[in-house]
Ligand binder design. Structure first.
Ligand code: FUB
Length: 321
């Protein structure tokens, strides 16, 4: 399968993808031209709403169901609606989203719908104890686990042991990298059921990947999927622009680093979802080729993902131009 841009009419990034009722649903960030200058804080990613896209066939038409949540309808909103994910439980769909509050601090919010196409009604407050960005939710044996976090503009360096620091702190070069977080969700899906825990990524010798290993350490864009009973935690390495993965035996880890899923693409960010549909596996991701390299105007693509016999993922070449 050749990589395919899914929605040429608009800029849609950070795809979260799920199969609901036999259809494939894509929940992207909705990029737009805000005129805000590019900086390391990510202020140029100034998104204001979400759409949902759906497909009946991987090569078929993509339907845009329109706006499913608008920042103006979220009571605690400041600015910047970043990456989201959606989970289904007991007849309801839960949209988890990254958003800055009125003090410019990122939290994770929840909005609820009766259908995958929304509309999603936001809760009045963010999830208690939530911080940073990029939620992704795994359902496993009736439990739901959220993975979240992102460095730099995603503010994860401002927290330790789930408490806000006075100022941001990065580890020394050989200390453990700042990890993504994992937390089980409450039965009603609206809160954390426990304190978030670090997602530890080990190298092949069982040592924690250090902060200065920019080629392999976690930066943002957590995704979790299962393949043949194993848990595959995948993520972006941020400033080295790779999608990498690590595998483990349970949702909490630890996970052992395995390799690169996607080499760098055009644009600073790289972000993805991995999903099985009709017996094949797919990598959904984005790049900035259609916008001529504007890193804040990204387009979602899909390509088939393949595993080797030993369960390792075959590396896909990105479109960096
Ligand atoms: O879309 C804004 C941010 O860019 C996302 O939250 C990150 O993962 C990166 O893709």
């Amino acid at each position: 399968m050749k990589a395919r841009y899914l929605f040429p009419n608009d800029y849609m990034a950070d795809p979260a993808v799920h199969v609901f009722n036999g259809k494939l649903y894509i929940y992207p960030s909705h990029d737009r031209e805000s005129g805000i200058a590019e900086n390391d804080n990510g202020d140029h990613f100034d998104m204001k709403d979400y759409h949902v896209l759906s497909m009946n066939d991987i090569n078929g038409e993509v339907t845009d169901h329109g706006v499913i949540l608008d920042v103006k309808d979220i009571p605690w909103a400041g600015r910047q609606l970043w990456d989201n994910d959606v989970a289904y439980k007991n007849g309801k769909y839960y949209l988890y989203f990254s958003l800055k509050d009125k003090n410019d601090v990122f939290h994770i919010g929840v909005a609820v719908a009766d259908k995958p196409e929304g509309p999603f009604i936001p809760q009045p407050d963010p999830v208690r104890g939530s911080y940073s960005i990029d939620p992704c939710v795994l359902e496993d044996n009736g439990n739901y686990y959220m993975y979240f976090g992102g460095l730099w503009g995603g503010q994860l360096q401002r927290y330790r042991d789930n408490k806000a620091l006075e100022c941001a702190e990065f580890p020394a070069y050989n200390e453990a990298a700042i990890p993504s977080r994992v937390v089980r969700l409450s039965d009603d899906m609206l809160q954390f059921a426990e304190d978030p825990k670090p997602v530890i990524i080990l190298d092949e010798n069982g040592k924690i990947i250090p902060h200065d290993n920019n080629e392999c350490r976690f930066f943002e864009a957590s995704w979790m999927h299962k393949y043949k009973g194993k848990y595959y935690f995948s993520y972006s390495t941020g400033d080295t622009h790779r999608l990498c993965y690590a595998t483990g035996g349970n949702p909490y880890g630890p996970f052992t680093y395995k390799g690169v899923i996607l080499t760098p693409v055009t644009g600073w960010t790289t972000h993805h979802a991995i999903v099985e549909w009709n017996g094949k596996w797919y990598l959904f991701h984005h790049d900035s080729v259609p916008s001529g390299g504007k890193t804040w105007l990204r387009s979602t693509k899909v390509i088939e993902l393949e595993y080797s016999e030993d369960g390792t993922i075959k590396t896909i070449e990105g479109s960096r131009v």
